[in-house]
Design a binder for this molecule. Structure first.
Ligand SMILES: Cc1cc2nc3c(=O)[nH]c(=O)nc-3n(C[C@H](O)[C@H](O)[C@H](O)COP(=O)(O)O)c2cc1C
Length: 178
């Protein structure tokens, strides 16, 4: 593939990605799922601490977790991944003691979402949840934080470019100083 074509493919991924909340009744092929999971330990993290664990919950045997989801569409996702942060093993910024575990987990999830988009698979972050109940349903140790669940599966409609409502670059980019 030519350099120009490679760049086009890369940037088009960002155009195509969107949150998917309705999933087709179709499982994710094991090799594809394996490729998505591989991105999770390729991701960058502060001081390379990798303060994360991920629980892969397939539809079968997910009744307890499904009962905690607030959208029917999410319950139909063939895979839900619980992204867990381990603040105790993360890098902490000295100056203000900010713990980077949630940043690191979010980066790993975002890498996986990019790969899913490339595979034609839809995803949706689910942060709207009750963490204590999700932890109990999935047997997550008390020291861990549930950053989010990620619903993953083939979308009911094709992933195509959408005109997304976004702040303009002028509103959010500051050159030199604020
Ligand atoms: C950290 C985070 C948490 C989110 N939590 C939810 C959620 O609980 N439920 C939901 O339907 N969408 C959730 N979303 C999806 C956002 O609503 C969505 O990304 C945003 O509206 C922009 O739309 P797009 O993803 O289609 O570009 C979340 C997204 C992020 C990044």
């Amino acid at each position: 593939m030519e350099e120009k074509e490679k760049l086009k493919v890369f940037y088009e991924l960002y155009e195509r990605r969107k949150s998917v909340r309705e999933f087709a009744d179709r499982g994710i092929e094991p090799d594809k799922l394996a490729r998505l999971l591989m991105t999770l330990n390729r991701a960058q993290s502060a001081a390379n601490r990798q303060p994360w664990h991920f629980i892969v919950a397939e539809k079968k045997g997910r009744e307890e977790l499904n009962a905690l989801l607030y959208k029917e569409g999410f319950r139909n996702a063939p895979v839900i991944i619980a992204a867990c942060a381990d603040p105790g093993s993360a890098w902490v910024r000295k100056a203000d003691k900010v713990n980077y575990s949630w940043v690191d987990v979010s980066i790993a999830v975002t890498e996986m979402i990019g790969a899913a988009t490339a595979e034609g698979i839809g995803t949706c972050w689910i942060a709207s949840l009750e963490p204590d109940k999700v932890k109990a349903a999935l047997g997550v140790p008390a020291r861990m934080d549930i950053v989010a669940l990620v619903a993953i599966g083939y979308p009911t409609a094709e992933l195509v470019k959408e005109n997304k409502s976004r702040k303009s670059l002028g509103e959010i980019i500051h050159y030199g100083k604020w």
